[in-house]
Design a protein around this ligand. Sequence first.
Ligand code: SF4
Length: 356
Amino acid sequence: MDKSAAQSKPTSTIVIQPVLTVEQVSYQYQISSGDWLHRKQLSLQALQQVSFDLHRGETLGVVGESGSGKSTLARIVLGLLRPDHGRVCWRGEVLHELDAEKLRSKRKELQLVFQDPQAALNPRMTIGEILAEPLNTFYPKMATLQVRERVRGMLKMVGILPNQVNRYAHEFSGGQCQRIGIARALILNPRLLVCDEPVSALDVSIQAQIIQLLQDLQRKLQLSMIFIAHDLSVVRYISDRVLVMYLGQVMELASCDDLYAKPLHPYTRALIQSVPIPDPDLEHAHTERGLRGEPPSPLNPPVGCPFSTRCPYAVERCHQEKPLLRPYAERLITCHRVEELADEFSTSTVRPSAQA
Ligand code: SF4
């Protein structure tokens, strides 16, 4: 990815109060298993005591493998799922305590950019109709001319020619469809944009363009943003802080610079070591130290530390006792051994080359 994208990342954010506060949020899915004769209900713990906050104009990267709870977290933040425990506060109001009408009104401020842009756009509607739909729903009295102007202005803002307004989604490339998806998410002037793996379905060169577009829009509109990805190299270029998740729990939360310069959680280090290096010699040594095996099933998580079954630094205590999220070295971290490991890691590099 183009290094200039990283250099253009905003370096200072004026912070007063967080606009979003997620406090001790837990969520369980109830799923059925077995055939009709032996059907049983199982509980899948998707999120466990997840806490973080987000400020105006800030981007929080959320990273983890499949099954880490990233998408569930996105849906809870957007008020689409109600947490079993804990609460989500958006600009001073607890989302799941709002009545249906107020929650609907709040949803204008909270918008989602989907992972698969082509699947997210209705194939039977023109892109103009797709963008006009939220305006017609939330502002039924808005004049047709005003709707048209807003749609054309938004298309222009995301880099789509306004004279293509009568075309259908299948006439656009994947990158263009994601631009249209972003335009649809922004058409209601939201304050928070939740991007759920918005570039994972795109080519690397297109990924960089979409990330650059999101950065530009965020700065221009002073948006707060949650950017979800399974790849740490992607969130690096856009995030102010990064939240690393594993099996529904927060493993590490740190500023982007601290996290990449000195990752302290063994899972964060393994994720960084798993990012491919475009050099065959370095790549071999690098992946030797990367993430190994598969995460355990969330239906049967480990008793102690969730990462204990894959952690090369696990000791007896890790298999028996659950570590708590706690502050350490200007970050939050979930690891029994962080003090010892911080010493050990201070003499070793995460990547065999200079930090990419
Ligand atoms: Fe590894 Fe133990 Fe720390 Fe978990 S608590 S990350 S198993 S060292």
